[in-house]
Design a protein around this ligand. Structure first.
Ligand SMILES: NC(=O)c1ccc[n+]([C@@H]2O[C@H](COP(=O)([O-])OP(=O)(O)OC[C@H]3O[C@@H](n4cnc5c(N)ncnc54)[C@H](O)[C@@H]3O)[C@@H](O)[C@H]2O)c1
Length: 390
């Protein structure tokens, strides 16, 4: 059994992973400064499911799953706090989710852009140095994003480096990236810093590139008090989760522009399966392992159609709207992603988007009255090119 620190344990993925690892018998120390709870309220929104306080969550996990979780409130930007944490708990692995993770939030203005870059880069650097100083054998599992690569006209390979030949001279360079928001650039810079730390200090790192996650359910969420947060507004909601809430509220679904933007998706349940496999099968000491964590590739238009079908099968009336694209992105493009590492570890996806969205809508319907209060924050207001909210 492992001892694992999860940075960002109060979040959508962090809480679900806390429950998964604890249920599998690992010792889990969850850390969070509750930043997302407050930043979501800043834009006038809230989690679709009401969230118990961290202490109440820990109590509910004991009651319904019979697991003991330690929760520590703290800011991963604080260098002393991170060093003390690693020194005190001496974990086998640290999962790093504790970042500002909304692309639109990072595009609101210079303050939000700066916050994103400072929070994300500082938290990663604190972790790098704390591990290097205290125990360089600790496995760092860092959550990056598929969005680091953008939408290139070539396959996105699962390799940190690639050989190139420029004017007849060969060399190895970092696999190219072209991000589409300050948030995504912060993840690119994180990756460069982690690659450098791997070379410089020999740290053992799994760098995960994950696509947008969808879903309300995991095997451990057996009671309302164990639910993980679920965001749906234009700033914090990722596309599938947002469309499901739009369907519940009777709002038109909002694919941006032509809706031909393709992304690689994974369900919450399968994301948990993948993360557990990566932790339980760490890389060799000193290895840098880069993993693409997606299951299905769809365009935004295809997702809107699947959500519409699911909602209509439940008796809801749904229209697909026409929304001018507030983002700066290609709306029709090639997209292909190599995924070999997770299957080699035994990853077998249990969910698919078409079936899962129906369950998501069913889970959200009892919260319709709560969601009505947030109807105004679903329509896009953050304009990438203007660099402000309109
Ligand atoms: N949800 C997705 O679809 C998705 C897809 C790809 C990558 N990711 C990445 O996965 C990670 C987790 O995403 P999520 O959806 O669970 O986001 P989330 O916002 O729900 O969770 C992140 C958690 O980290 C905490 N946090 C942020 N800064 C912190 C700090 N300085 N100190 C302590 N805690 C801090 C937040 O309070 C929050 O609880 C993020 O790094 C995100 O970029 C998410």
């Amino acid at each position: 059994m492992m001892k694992v620190i999860i940075l960002g344990a109060d979040g959508y993925l962090g809480w679900a992973l806390t429950l998964r690892l604890a249920k599998r018998g690992h010792e889990v120390i969850g850390v969070d400064n509750l930043y997302t709870r407050n930043a979501v309220k800043e834009v006038g929104s809230d989690s679709a499911f009401p969230l118990p306080d961290p202490e109440e969550r820990v109590t509910a996990a004991k009651k319904y799953l019979d697991v003991n979780i330690t929760f520590v409130k703290g800011d991963v930007k604080d260098t002393d706090f991170v060093f003390e944490l690693i020194r005190k708990y001496k974990p086998d692995a640290v999962v790093h989710f504790a970042e500002q993770r909304s692309a639109p939030y990072s595009m609101i203005d210079v303050n939000h852009a700066n916050y994103t870059l400072i929070n994300n880069l500082t938290s990663t650097m604190n972790l790098i140095y704390a591990v290097k100083e205290i125990d360089p054998t600790i496995h760092i599992l860092k959550m990056g994003t598929m969005g680091e690569f953008g939408t290139p006209n070539y396959d996105i390979l699962e390799t940190p480096y690639i050989n190139v030949n420029i004017n007849g001279k060969e060399d190895t360079i970092v696999f190219p990236r072209w991000a589409g928001s300050w948030y995504h650039w912060s993840k690119v810079y994180d990756t460069y810093n982690l690659l450098y730390a791997n070379k410089l200090f020999g740290l053992t790192i799994t760098d995960i590139h994950q696509g947008p996650v969808y879903g309300t359910r995991t095997e451990e969420i057996v009671h309302e008090s164990l639910r993980t947060r679920f965001d749906f507004d234009e700033v914090w909601g990722t596309v599938v989760n947002r469309f499901c809430v739009e369907a519940v509220l009777g709002l038109p679904l909002t694919p941006y522009g032509k809706g031909g933007q393709k992304r690689g998706f994974i369900s919450l349940e399968d994301s948990m399966q993948a993360l557990t496999l990566l932790l339980e099968h760490p890389p060799k000491q000193g290895e840098y392992r880069q993993v693409n964590q997606i299951h299905e590739i769809y365009s935004v238009r295809e997702i809107a159609e699947m959500v519409k079908d699911a909602a209509e099968s439940l008796g809801l009336h749904v229209e697909i709207g026409n929304v001018p694209n507030p983002r700066f992105e290609k709306e029709e493009h090639y997209y292909n992603v190599e995924t070999k590492i997770l299957p080699s570890l035994g990853f077998k996806p249990k969910k698919n988007l078409r079936e899962e969205v129906k369950g998501m809508i069913e889970d959200l319907l009892p919260y319709k009255n709560r969601l009505e209060k947030f109807k105004d924050v679903v329509w896009p207001k953050t304009d990438w090119r203007k660099g402000r909210r309109v």
